[in-house]
Write a protein that binds this ligand. Structure first.
Ligand code: C2E
Ligand code: CA
Ligand code: CA
Length: 543
């Protein structure tokens, strides 16, 4: 702005300077003219009278003198007028320049204003409206539609985004955010709005929603567009999203409240296993409060000896004998009683306490295994490893340390890793799994069949066992499509020389079916539920 003012001031000065100059010159000319005129009047007649005596000649010279005077006067006037005119022309030119500079300055300041506007209201990376613009839009809508408006406020983020950032670096993380934004940008039309809050967090605000029955499938259709495999830095990542929905006016009549409630719904979506849309309801507020309480109390669980391990037998279907046991953690809360692992494992992943839990489980399972071994019992033991642990760079050094401290024979231990943990970054997983295998562990791909990826990656993974998920088994009836998929899974696994374990066998029919299709091992309530260590030996005797 300063720059624009400067040249205009100089021009203004130069114009007044020229004006002064011209006045001075004009005054000089007039002065000279007056002096010359008086001198001419006083002197010319005397000189002529001295020079010429003849009347005719005198008359003639007087006429010439008059003509000369007229011409001279005209010349003087011409000079003055010319001077004035050029001054006017210059002034007009100056004015024109000044106007152009003013216009340029104006355009520049409009540009600057636009830039400042964009900076204040739009996100740099994606070009999407930011939190401030979203907040203003929502609050303005709320004030204009106090009685007749409806907004579907969808808050969502990318599942496991932290992993991608950690493993691939921030620029790859940014690339993913941009790709997600670009795909949705095309589909979201005004008055609806897609905004980025920062990080991997977005808001979809629907100002034209009719009713919740049509709204939810609509939101789902948007998520279907972005829930897919992304190629990031030459690696495939299957990306899912967790979303929380709050509705205006039912769940809040201003931005802050809608945001808070949608956020609560997102945390519920996360704790229920991610990759889903959850609609807010009032109960969630107390649920979130409870979760926070649990998180705080979780830290005391190890020092207070509140954890224990239960073991679920894994049966060899060839001879119905025990092949191994899976260690499953239990938390006996002093006030709330028994809290199931699904309720606290994902919470502990959030605050990093999973590392302490995994270490405790590993050492406890190892010492129990040692005790059984001393009694001459030979079976294997399986330990669950959370996805977050696997992807953490400190996992392999920690695992080495735990093995060293517990002196366990790794070949008798199976580490169970969920399928979803692996497909979130196959290349990194392969790298980590190879190191685990080198240490001598067996590796089982847990909850197999719940992921979305193709089976083709199976041959790339250095694993020994697949554990077909319980939900898959419970849906199985001959002649259904799932049944054919299951048969294909078993055949493929065997073809790849993998051992197949079926989880969640609950009845004779399922047991028979697994035997018929050559599943190697099975686990489930049909055989027995997970039990404390002291009952395992009794169970073995009963077989
Ligand atoms: P998972 O690894 O798939 O473990 C099997 C779960 O299925 C266990 O639930 C088990 O009790 C249950 N189950 C076994 N047979 C049947 C059956 O026939 N019918 C039904 N309905 N359920 C059956 P649990 O113990 O509640 O564990 C749930 C999940 O929590 C586990 O699923 C595992 O992902 C996680 N978890 C348990 N212990 C640990 C642990 O020490 N570390 C980690 N990271 N995760 C653990
Ligand atoms: Ca398991
Ligand atoms: Ca499982």
């Amino acid at each position: 702005m300063e720059n624009n003012k400067e040249p205009r001031m100089i021009n203004h000065k130069s114009t007044s300077f020229k004006k002064m100059n011209s006045i001075r010159t004009s005054t000089k000319i007039i002065g000279f003219y007056l002096v010359f005129g008086f001198a001419w009047i006083l002197l010319s007649d005397q000189i002529i009278l001295r020079l010429f005596t003849d009347q005719d000649t005198l008359n003639y010279v007087q006429s010439v003198k008059g003509i000369f005077y007229v011409l001279f006067t005209a010349l003087v006037f011409y000079g003055i007028i010319q001077k004035q005119l050029s001054l006017y022309v210059l002034t007009i030119l100056d004015l024109k320049n000044a106007y152009e500079e003013l216009d340029l300055g104006h355009r520049k300041s409009v540009d600057l204003e636009n830039k400042l506007f964009n900076l204040a209201y739009y996100d740099d990376l994606t070009g999407l409206p930011n939190k401030i613009l979203l907040e203003q839009t929502i609050n303005q809508y709320a004030s204009e539609h106090a009685n007749d408006g409806v907004i579907g406020f969808v808050y969502f983020d990318i599942d496991e985004f932290r992993n991608i950032n950690e493993v691939k670096g921030h620029s790859v993380g940014d690339q993913l955010i941009k790709e997600v934004a670009d795909s949705l940008k095309e589909a979201i039309k005004p008055p609806n709005m897609l905004a980025r809050l920062g990080g991997d967090e977005f808001i979809l605000a629907f100002f034209d929603m009719d009713d919740i029955e049509t709204f939810v499938p609509l939101v789902e259709s948007y998520f279907e567009m972005i829930r897919k495999t992304y190629i990031l830095d030459e690696d495939d990542f299957f990306i899912t999203f967790s979303a929380g929905v709050a509705l205006y006016p039912d769940h809040g009549t201003d931005y802050i409240t809608l945001m808070r409630h949608a956020d609560a719904a997102v945390s519920i979506a996360k704790s229920k296993g991610k990759d889903q849309i959850v609609i807010f309801d009032e109960e969630m507020v107390s649920m979130i409060k409870q979760q926070t309480e649990i998180l705080n109390q979780l830290r005391q669980a190890i020092p207070n000896n509140e954890f224990s391990l239960h073991y679920q037998p894994i049966i060899n279907l060839a001879d119905d004998k025990l092949s191994g046991v899976e260690a499953l953690i239990r938390w006996h809360h002093p006030v709330k009683g028994f809290i199931p692992p699904l309720e606290f494992i994902s919470l502990s992943e959030k605050n990093g306490y999973i590392k302490e839990i995994t270490e405790w489980v590993f050492k406890e399972a190892a010492s129990q295994y040692d005790a059984w071994n001393m009694k001459g019992k030979r079976f294997k033991i399986s330990i669950n490893i959370s996805a977050i642990m696997l992807m953490n760079d400190s996992f392999i050094p920690n695992l080495n340390k735990w093995v060293f401290e517990s002196k366990i024979d790794c070949s008798k231990v199976t580490l169970e890793i969920t399928e979803t943990a692996i497909i979130s970054d196959i290349e990194k997983s392969i790298h980590v799994l190879k190191q685990i295998k080198k240490m001598g562990f067996n590796i089982a791909l847990d909850d197999f069949g719940t992921g979305y990826s193709s089976l083709t990656y199976l041959q790339k993974l250095p694993i020994d066992i697949i554990k077909i998920d319980r939900t898959f088994i419970s849906n199985i009836h001959p002649d259904t499509e799932e049944f054919h998929v299951l048969k294909y899974m078993i055949d493929l696994a065997h073809h790849l020389k993998l051992v197949v374990v079926a989880e969640g066998i609950e009845n004779l029919e399922q047991y028979n079916m697994m035997k018929k299709y050559y599943v190697d091992f099975a686990q489930g309530y049909y055989f027995c539920k997970p039990m404390p260590q002291n009952r395992v030996l009794e169970y073995i005797k009963s077989l």
